[in-house]
Design a protein around this ligand. Structure first.
Ligand code: IDP
Ligand code: MG
Length: 139
């Protein structure tokens, strides 16, 4: 069954390059409502915990270093079929493979520094949202 919420992060590359406004505009123009949002920075320990599922992958160290390197914008987004529709909006992990008009095609520079995170399942959307937000921060 389709859920109505997903979780995203505008990654450190997006924040550093000044793309917060442009990316949020794409997200809201696509019909997502913002249920929670904050600028924050993950510690190395936070990034290791958030991406624990990837701990055996060869890029894990690079990923943890990058994701803890600067501020991010974390958000919970609401829309019918949110998880699947948001993955379509952001495009493929590697921006070279991302479809025209997707956020990664427009704003990502590499496989690692790929502008945005999007949850891959309803279950992970709930886990990832709870990682970053307390109950009083979600509307
Ligand atoms: P996704 O973000 O499209 O779901 P995942 O396979 O879940 O992609 O990988 C999580 C993140 O790890 C990616 O968004 C990217 O930042 C990073 N990553 C994935 N594969 C590589 C790689 O081969 N080299 C460097 N970083 C990678
Ligand atoms: Mg993923």
């Amino acid at each position: 069954m389709a859920t109505n919420r997903t979780f995203t992060m505008l990654k450190p590359d997006s924040v550093e390059k000044g793309y917060i406004g442009a990316i949020l505009e794409k997200i809201t123009a696509a019909g997502f409502k913002i249920a929670a949002m904050k600028m924050t920075q993950m510690t190395v320990a936070d990034a290791k915990a958030f991406y624990a599922v990837h701990s055996e992958r060869p890029f894990f160290g690079e990923l943890v270093e990058f994701m803890s390197s600067g501020p991010i914008v974390a958000a919970i987004l609401e829309k019918n079929n949110a998880v699947e529709d948001f993955r379509v909006l952001i495009g493929a992990t590697n921006p070279a493979d991302a479809a025209e008009g997707t956020i990664r095609k427009l704003y990502a520079s590499s496989m690692g520094e790929n502008a945005v995170h999007g949850s891959d399942s309803d279950e992970n959307a709930a886990i990832e949202g709870a990682f970053h937000f307390s109950g009083r921060e979600v509307f």
